[in-house]
Structure formats: C-alpha cells, structure tokens
Design a protein around this ligand. Structure first.
Ligand code: HAM
Length: 452
C-alpha cells in the first residue's frame, strides 16, 4: 500500500531540514543577484508544448513532461526558464529599460535518466542579460555565476568555469559539414566525453563522408585549452583570418574583464563545452568540479536569436542556469552547509510556570518583535531537560529564568558554545542588549554580569 504514496522517481519531499538547505541556497542566489543589480521575475510552471519543442533542442524535447489538458491543449511542465523569459521580454521589449538584467529561482522538470546529481524536478537559479550584445554582458554573467558559487563558500580551486565558443565551433565545422548539420554535430560533440568512440563515429557518419577524419579534426579543436593555443590554431586556418581575428579580440576582451574582476582563476578555455541546447550562438560555458567528477553545477551562454525566433524583438541575450542538486552535493562534500539552518537566536528556559514563565514569555515576545528568533519548551519540563533542548536546537544562547533571577528582576544569558554566563537587568534596555549579544556575544564588562 505504502509505495503508491511515495514520491515519483526523481521528485523530492522537502522535510524541514531539506527545506532549510534549499532556502539557504535560494538566499545565496538572491544575494548574488542583488549584488549585480538583477531583478527577479517568474513565469508559469505549465506552458504550451510548442514553446519548448520549437526552441530547446532535441535532448530536452525527449525529456519533456507533456500531456493534453482538459481543454485539449498540448502542454508541458517547464524543463527550463529560458523560452518563457524570451517570450516575456520579447512581448514588452519596447518598454523595458536596457540592459534587461533579470533573475529567477524556480522548479523545472525533465524526464531524465536517474543518476547522481540529476533529478526529474530540480530548482534552477537563472540570470540573464538581454539587449546587450557586447562582451561586457558575457563577462558579467560569468562573474555572477562565479560569485554565486563563491558566496556558497566554493573557491576557484574547487570548481572551474569551462569556457567555449559556439561562434568558433560554427566557423570550424561549417567548412566540414553542411551548415544545417552543424547544430546536430555539436550535439554529438556534447556527448563525446560520455559515449564510446564507435557510437560517436556512427553518428558523425550521417553528416560527412569521412567520419574518422572529421573526428580527428574535432579532437584537435578540442585540445585547445588556452588563449595562446587558440591563437596558434586559428593562425593555421588562413582562409578566414579576418572574422577569426575579430573573434580572438572578443576572447581577449572577455578574459580581460574577468581577470580585472578577480575571476580569471575561475575560468579555463575549453572547447569541450558545446552545450546541448539548440539556441546558443556565442560564448558558452559550464561549471564543473575541478576533479572532473559529477554533473555540471551550472551552464549558460549567449543566445542572440531566441527572442526574435519566438516572435519578439531582435534582442541579443546571454545568461546561465545553476541547479540546486549538484550545488548541494558539492557543498555537502566540503562541509560548507551550515549545520543549524533553522536554529533560533535564543532559547528561553524557565524553572516553573509562575512568575518565571511570565517573564520568559514577555521577554521572548519583545525579542520576536525585534525580529529575533526565539523558542522555548511548550510543555513544562525539568530545567536541565529544557537546557538540553536549548543546546539541541542549535541556539547560540539560552535565556535562563530561575527564582533568583526573577527576584533580582534579571535574566541570565548563557552562551551555549562557551558556557559563559552573564546577568542582564530586565529593564527597558533588555531587548537592545540582547540584540547586541546576538551580534557580538556576551558583554566583557564584569559590571554587567558574573561568570559561574
Ligand atoms: P542546462 O545546462 O540545461 O541549461 O541547465 C543548467 C543547470 O541546471 C545544470 O548545469 C544543472 O546544474 C541544472 N540541471 C539541469 N538539468 C538538471 C536535472 N535533471 N537535475 C538536476 N539539475 C539539473 C539551461 O537550462 C539553460 N536554460 C540555462 C540558461 C539560462 N542559458 C541561458 N540562460
């Protein structure tokens, strides 16, 4: 019986601990977006099916949760935010102040093969800049990706932004396969690290006469791992010199800006990234663990034609999506998730249910009105038991109300980490004192208290 009431595979229940972790990630994402001046937006979870079948690319098409609604409409749960964003911005492009810098945090759904780091429902932080074609926007998007990870506690030694360029991939491949096949060949290359060579060759042979030669060329291109290597490689392609040297300047400008912002160390030139989504047109990137293990933490890039293709204005755009599942795994492995995300600031402990309890309730209520988080036992229990509950709650401080404290019209504040105590008068300054204690710890001045 029970099994029919479990979640669907790849879907998650969020018990309070998980919800606290989720909200912790949301807080970090919102903080990063705010620092960079992005405004939050959202869209429906259920969208017309064509929004995604037209624009997202083959892989996502196969993973759609789609059905026909009661009105006979073909609909799908959103697998990503970008098509909805393009529709919304396209519809109001004329009236939006440029550049348009928007972020969102929302749940997405993909019928993926079950594996570590992937779910069928996951949250994604998206940030996009629309209406700005220059490299400064790409740099800003990559810097924001890095900043979000940095805020979470990750360092450039932990993760790497693998930066590539679909413009150059298009240039490179268009002399080797038919222009309309380039997108599909890129989708094949996207899998090159994960699929056996025979399978790759078989797929490539649908697009060219000599798949082995094409694969060798592709592998040479994949070797490029620095600006210098890129420059040297492009010099060998004499025929297209001019457009290529302009592109090289774009690379220099982009990396120069990231260096200036202090994120140079986070980025590596890596043509192994081509992105599975069909709409990307320029710089593209994905973030991985330096160890190479696990699935991507984030991915994004430039998509200059999507808004126009969805019927809106001709708006250049770039952005990224960062998932909650891989980020959480990465933080957990490094012990970077705070232990007590739901901890109160103070836990009040009383020795009885008379005057001590009234004092505790009055003070707790004042502190709550000052936006501090306060808890206490809802059922009478021994003083020691309450104190234990205080420690288990993760509260940094307990407020102790015993007969002797009440007789002095005072409260004893106990630092639950150090065990240090301090007696504070229950006067009109108590709330302000406790707000300060929460911020900087117990007062050092012996006049304010004594240690036990
Ligand atoms: P994406 O590479 O498909 O790009 O997804 C971005 C990130 O979302 C991934 O790196 C991963 O962290 C997370 N993610 C994707 N699928 C799953 C899954 N099944 N389970 C867990 N996490 C997942 C996009 O979605 C683009 N729309 C991003 C973008 C925004 N490009 C421009 N603007």
């Amino acid at each position: 019986m029970a099994s029919s009431f479990q979640t669907l595979p790849g879907f998650r229940d969020f018990y309070p601990e998980e919800c606290a972790v989720r909200n912790h990630l949301f807080r970090l994402w919102r903080q990063a977006a705010a620092e960079f001046g992005f405004s939050e937006w959202d869209a429906p979870v259920l969208e017309p099916l064509e929004l995604f079948t037209e624009k997202s690319g083959e892989e996502i098409r196969r993973q759609l949760f789609e059905f026909v609604d009661k009105g006979g409409r073909a609909v799908a749960l959103r697998p990503e935010m970008t098509p909805s964003l393009a529709r919304m911005v396209g519809a109001k492009a004329a009236s939006l102040r440029r550049p348009i810098k928007w972020f969102s945090i929302g749940e997405n759904y993909r019928y993926e093969r079950m594996q570590k780091g992937r779910g069928r429902s996951f949250y994604q932080f998206n940030a996009d800049i629309l209406g700005e074609a220059g490299r400064a926007a790409d740099a800003e998007i990559i810097a924001l990706t890095a900043r979000a990870l940095e805020l979470a506690g990750l360092k450039s030694q932990d993760v790497v932004v693998r930066l590539s360029d679909r413009t150059l991939w298009f240039e490179f491949l268009s002399s080797k396969v038919a222009p309309e096949a380039v997108g599909e060949v890129l989708a094949i290359i996207d899998k090159i690290e994960r699929e056996p060579q025979e399978k790759i060759l078989e797929k490539l042979s649908a697009h060219c006469a000599d798949a082995t030669a094409l694969l060798a060329d592709i592998r040479a291109f994949l070797q490029i791992n620095s600006l210098e290597a890129l420059e040297a490689f492009l010099n060998t392609l004499a025929d297209k010199k001019e457009s290529l040297s302009a592109r090289l300047n774009d690379w220099r400008a982009l990396l120069g800006r990231l260096n200036a912002m202090g994120y140079g160390d986070w980025v590596a030139v890596d043509f192994g990234i081509v992105r599975g989504l069909a709409y990307y047109t320029g710089f593209v990137f994905e973030v991985f663990e330096r160890s190479g293990e696990g699935r991507a933490l984030a991915g994004g890039g430039r998509y200059d034609n999507l808004v126009a293709k969805l019927g809106g204005a001709d708006l250049p755009a770039c952005g990224f999506g960062m998932g909650d599942i891989t980020l959480r795994l990465s933080l957990e492995e490094r012990g970077l998730l705070p232990q007590f995300l739901n901890a109160p600031d103070f836990y009040a402990v009383t020795s009885g249910d008379g005057a001590t309890q009234e004092a505790a309730l009055a003070d707790a209520s004042q502190l709550r009105r000052a936006n501090l988080r306060v808890e206490y036992a809802l059922k009478g229990a021994a003083f020691g038991k309450q104190l234990k509950a205080a420690s288990q709650s993760g509260a940094p401080f307990a407020l102790l109300y015993g007969e002797s404290e009440i007789a002095q019209n005072a409260v004893r504040v106990k630092d639950l980490t150090t065990g240090k105590e301090s007696l504070l008068p229950r006067d009109e300054n108590l709330t302000a004192h406790l707000v300060a204690v929460r911020r900087v710890g117990l007062p050092k001045d012996p006049c304010h208290g004594h240690e036990h």
